[in-house]
Design a binder for this molecule. Sequence first.
Ligand code: COA
Length: 254
Amino acid sequence: MTEILKHMDGGVLTLTFSRVDKKNSLTEAMYIVLADAVEQAERDTTVRVLVLQGHETVFSAGNDIADFLSHPPETPDAPVFRLLRNIAAFSKPVLAAVAGPAVGIGTTLLFHCDLVYAGDNAVFVMPFVNLGVCPEAASSLLAPQMMGYHRAADALLLGEPFMAEAALEIGLVNRVLPPTEVNSYVQAQARKLAAKPMSSLRETKRLMKAGQAQRVQQHMNDEAAAFGRMLKEPAAKEAFGAFLEKRKPDFSKL
Ligand code: COA
C-alpha cells in the first residue's frame, strides 16, 4: 500500500500519510496498514521511536468521507478504532510532524503523541458535531483536560478551527516551525530520543500516562459505540451527503 509509506532509520520508524491529492484523507485500507504497523512496531525491539507525518501542505483531512460511508466503523474493532487504541497504548515515544490542515482524527490522534511539532500553516479542526457524529480518540476527555472546558467546547461543539500558535498556547504542540522544516526537525528530535535508554523512556512514559490509561481506553470505547450508532442517524446522513454533493448541510429539522 503506497498511501502509507514506512521508513525505518536508526531505530526510528516513520509512517507517512501519502495521499496528497485527497488531502491525506484516510481510508479503511490505510487504517488497516497503520494499525498493523503500529502493532508490529510495539513488538519490534529495533523500533525505538515512532514518527507520524504528512506533507508540508497537509497533515490529514481525516476520514475519507466516501470510503467512510462504504466502510462505516460501526464496531470498536473497526480499523480506525484499532489504530487509535494501538497509538494510545504504544509504550515507546510517538512524535508527530503536522503541517497544513489536521482535520478530525488528524487532530485527535495528536492527543496520544508524546511530542508534536507544527508548521506555522497548521490548522486544527475537530468538526464532529458539524458532521452529525461525536468525538473519537478520547478527545472528548483529553481536549477539556488539555485546553480547559470552554476552549474545548469551542473546538468540539462549535467545531471552530485553531491555528498553530493557539495549539502551542494550549500545549497541543511543542514548537511551531516553518512548514518545510517540520519533518526534518521531528526526525532530529526522534533520533535524540532513539539514542536514550529505552527502559527509561518506556517507564517514564508509562508513569506519565498511568493515572488515566484505563480511563482513556474506556472513554474511547464509549465514544466508538456512540460514533457507530450516530453514523446511521439522519444528522450524519445529511452532513456526509452534503459534503459529497458539495453543498451546505441542512440540520434545521434534526
Ligand atoms: N474525504 C474525501 N475526500 C476529501 C476529503 C475527505 N475528508 N478531504 C478532501 N478531500 C478531497 C476533495 O474532495 C478534493 O477531491 P477532488 O479534487 O476529487 O474534488 C480533494 O481532496 C482536495 O480537497 P479540497 O477541499 O479541494 O482542498 P482544500 O485545500 O480546498 O481544503 C480541507 C482542504 C482539508 C480543508 C478540505 O478538503 C476539507 O475540509 N475536507 C473535509 C474534512 C472533513 O470533514 N473530514 C472528515 C473528518 S471526520
